[in-house]
Write a protein of this length. Sequence first.
Length: 98
Amino acid sequence: GSNDTALAAAYTRERNADVLNRGFSGYNSRHLARAIAGGLLAQLEPLVSHAVMVTLLVGSNDATRPGAPQHVPVDEYAANVRAIVAAVRASMPGAKVI
């Protein structure tokens, strides 16, 4: 299973958390950073206003060979992840970002 499945199992067993799993198939860090800059987190606001933990899995699609459509160079990937984490922290200041 994936990390989100393990977290869901651990935190919902005692009914002390709801788990929202939101994936974006085919996205790379560039796509996600642009979506967040375009208001993605604001669209999710009703669902995440009380978030205490956010897990991010970003980079698998970025790690394709140079020249492939989804490839993102390492320096850009690092900048994208920093921007994504900063935006998540600003939008959900009470949440831990993993």
